[in-house]
Ligand binder design. Structure first.
Ligand code: NDP
Length: 246
């Protein structure tokens, strides 16, 4: 019987993905730390997991690129073994722009990363996890955002729309594979203090959060690790806010 579970975290070179990978490393998962560009940061996350006694590898792959995604999963198969948990964290929220100033390239890039990326990685995970493909089941955790229901007017409607797609696919995939041993859930972070966030904006709008502060990456990671765990064995198709109140 396998003792060690395997988790792939997309976009884990920094921010929320790195926090999930680091926590997973301390909880006994062998972790694949995926990144798009920043190899040095990804290797730092891997080194930190290993220094704490865990097992990890870093692998570059653009989650919006089909060939990259197929290669990523093959490498996880070969180097870490059977995948138990996929965390679809990779996502971009820029450029910040009104709709009437958007360029097609910006819209494409956002949807390729946030929407295609989650679909392509989920497809590869389900091909491995589903009992109808001979798998032993597994868990998928998607990253949505409270923006999907607020709409982010004036700055990020395109981002909110991409996260709306995540909400729909979380529900649909959960129902599609519920009888095949796979649970699919999402987390919807509110304003979390990561590098991707505009610090001046955090200072300005944090008082609108009922808890009066931004969240910490570790607080999101705790929710993800719980959804991934057997403690959440009857939880699927849900979307958990981690936002300091709804
Ligand atoms: P960061 O910008 O800090 O980190 C993004 C990560 O995704 C990096 O590791 C980056 O890799 C990777 N990445 C970007 N594009 C790709 C790609 N095409 N393929 C693979 N990896 C990619 O983001 P956050 O940690 O702030 O956000 C993480 C997730 O949480 C996102 O889905 C975001 O939408 C969501 N979220 C965040 C909130 C927040 O307040 N921070 C609020 C709500 C949701 P590299 O470093 O190599 O470029």
């Amino acid at each position: 019987m396998r003792m060690e579970k395997v988790m792939l975290v997309t976009g884990a070179s920094r921010g929320l993905g790195a926090a999930v990978a680091l926590l997973a490393g301390t909880r006994g998962y062998a972790v694949c730390v995926n990144y798009a560009n920043d190899e040095e940061r990804a290797e730092r996350v891997v080194a930190e997991i290993r220094a704490a006694g865990g097992k990890a590898i870093a692998m570059r792959a653009d989650v919006g690129n089909d060939d990259d995604v197929v290669a990523l999963f093959k490498r996880v198969d070969a180097e870490l073994g059977v995948l138990d948990v996929l965390v679809n964290n990779a996502g971009i929220a820029r450029p910040v722009s009104r709709i009437d100033a958007l360029q097609i390239a910006d819209i494409k890039r956002m949807f390729e990363t946030n929407v295609y990326g989650t679909l392509l990685c989920s497809r590869e995970a389900i091909r491995r996890m589903s009992t109808i493909h001979g798998g032993a089941g597994g868990v998928i955790v998607n990253f949505s955002s409270v923006a999907s229901r607020l709409g982010a007017p004036g700055r990020n409607v395109h981002y909110a729309a991409s996260k709306g797609a995540i909400d729909a696919m979380t529900l649909g995939m959960a129902r599609e594979v519920a009888a095949e041993g796979i649970r699919v859930n999402a987390v919807s972070p509110g304003m979390i203090d990561t590098e991707s966030q505009d610090r001046a904006r955090i200072a300005t709008v944090q008082d609108t959060v009922p808890m009066r502060r931004p969240g910490r990456p570790e607080e999101v990671a705790n929710a993800v690790l719980w959804l991934a765990s057997d403690e959440a064995s009857y939880v699927t198709g849900t979307n958990m806010d981690v936002a300091g109140a709804r």
